[in-house]
Design a protein around this ligand. Structure first.
Ligand code: SF4
Length: 306
């Protein structure tokens, strides 16, 4: 097995075999993201990825779950993804899950005013038919970062897509038969945009009707563009009280049934439940926390492993 750079995967993929099909992120411009800033994006040669799968078969007697790293692996040409999925199924008959990150930019295309191509040699979009073929070939989850439903926030953080494109991308996944799991980044709007960010994000979720919403809370990593903006005073964090109020507004605004999975260490509260059933209890938990005067001990201080 060969790994290049720090490996990132969703917390729920902790038990998965991780194989890099791409190195880095083809976009790599989001101001809050520090994941792949140390590497230049490239697609790994297909035979290298296939050989890694073969090596994993020799090393591990049981592989039930596979995660295809790095960021936005969904951007690979469909034929390459199919070749990887087919080889994985053949090598690991016990496999029952394959996950990958997939941004809206690579699912539904980039905005017309985009200043950067999708990535050299990458198609930049996937049709519903292509996604359905991938689903049938064994890809079971595409983790998509909605981050915000607010176009102003998405513009400020250089996400490279609009809220409408986020909605199109997620609905495309849904139509292709994928469960839809969305990351939402609480605090991304800063103090001035906090509530607008929460309201617009709830509306995007209502339009998408995802299966799972996974809130993470903004933690500004050193040397990211957002870290520099904060140092210059161009970004003021809403945390922690503002972040809790934000998630309260988000919960109030979601009108569709959805599972809330708070599986990230950055979150101030472990809020798990199903909406609308658990809404009142979740809001009550937030209100109890907000009633405390000092919220400074809510978040662990050591995030070295983020
Ligand atoms: S948040 Fe996702 S799309 Fe943005 S730079 Fe990071 S990995 Fe790439």
């Amino acid at each position: 097995m060969r790994y290049e750079g720090q490996i990132y995967r969703p917390p729920c993929e902790a038990r998965s075999l991780v194989v890099q099909a791409t190195i880095g992120c083809p976009w790599n411009r989001c101001t809050f993201c520090g994941m792949y800033k140390d590497r230049k994006f490239r697609v790994r040669p297909l035979d290298e990825t296939l050989r890694d799968l073969q090596a994993a078969r020799a090393a591990y007697p049981h592989v039930a779950s596979l995660f295809l790293a790095d960021g936005n692996t969904i951007a690979l040409p469909t034929a390459d993804l199919l070749a990887i999925l087919e080889r994985a199924s053949a090598l690991f008959p016990e496999l029952d899950h394959v996950g990958a990150y997939g941004g809206a930019r690579y699912l539904a295309g980039a905005p017309a005013d985009s200043t950067r191509p999708a990535g050299r040699g990458l198609p930049g979009t996937k049709s519903v038919a292509e996604l359905a073929t991938l689903r049938e070939a064994g890809l079971s989850m595409v983790y998509m970062g909605l981050e915000s439903g607010d176009d102003e926030v998405l513009r400020r953080v250089r996400k490279g897509v609009t809220s409408a494109q986020m909605i199109t991308a997620a609905r495309r996944l849904k139509e292709a038969g994928f469960p839809v799991s969305l990351y939402v980044l609480v605090g991304l709007g800063g103090s001035d945009r906090s509530q607008a960010h929460a309201r617009a994000t709830a509306e995007a979720i209502n339009a998408i009707e995802p299966d799972i919403v996974r809130p993470r809370t903004l933690y500004i990593l050193e040397q990211t563009p957002l870290w520099h903006q904060r140092r210059r005073g161009d970004f003021v964090e809403a945390a922690p009280r503002g972040a809790l109020l934000e998630i309260r507004t988000l919960l109030e605004g979601i009108r569709v049934p959805v599972a809330l999975v708070s599986d990230h260490i950055t979150n101030y509260l472990p809020l798990h439940g199903c909406l609308p059933r658990d809404r009142a209890d979740l809001i009550a938990a937030i209100d109890r926390t907000l009633a405390a005067e000092d919220l400074s001990s809510l978040r662990p201080q050591h995030f070295d492993h983020l």
